[in-house]
Design a binder for this molecule. Structure first.
Ligand code: FES
Length: 147
């Protein structure tokens, strides 16, 4: 596939997650809730994570933000659901590397739709948009571990 076609495909994946967000909503009381905002623009995400026996059983989010931040939140919740905490954090670290423009092709995880965000690394001002949901997930997991 040519770069242009790949770019178009990635754009479509991002817009699909933005317009039809997966896992939008809230969870019951037993979940951990993390509210986080992007200090550069004030956009925010409220992430609800249900962790049981070291596994992310469910993840939902609410909030308002740009297409990058909201699609990234949709993709992140999809990616971490069903994963154990270690793997969820490993995915977050892979995502951070991707945002730094590092090659993540040989990782052990199927990145799925997340790959569509790799172009964000070329736009430093948007990296915080893409990592917002992942940072919230990291915080939610550590908050759960402290309980
Ligand atoms: Fe605010 Fe992207 S511009 S999160």
């Amino acid at each position: 596939m040519s770069f242009n076609n790949l770019d178009t495909l990635y754009r479509q994946v991002i817009m699909d997650h933005y317009k039809n967000p997966r896992n939008r909503g809230t969870l019951a009381d037993e979940s951990v809730t993390i509210d986080m905002n992007n200090p550069t623009c004030g956009d925010r995400i409220e992430l609800h994570l249900q962790v049981e026996d070291g596994t992310v059983k469910d993840a939902k989010f609410e909030g308002e933000g740009c297409s990058i931040s909201m699609s990234s939140a949709s993709m992140m919740t999809q990616a971490v659901k069903g994963k154990n905490i270690e793997d969820a954090l490993e995915m977050s670290s892979i995502f951070s590397k991707m945002m730094l423009g590092e090659d993540v092709e040989d990782v052990d995880f199927d990145l799925g739709d997340i790959e569509a965000l790799q172009g964000v690394s070329k736009f430093p001002a948007r990296i915080k948009c893409a990592t917002l949901a992942w940072k919230a997930m990291e915080k939610a997991v550590s908050a759960d571990e402290e309980e």
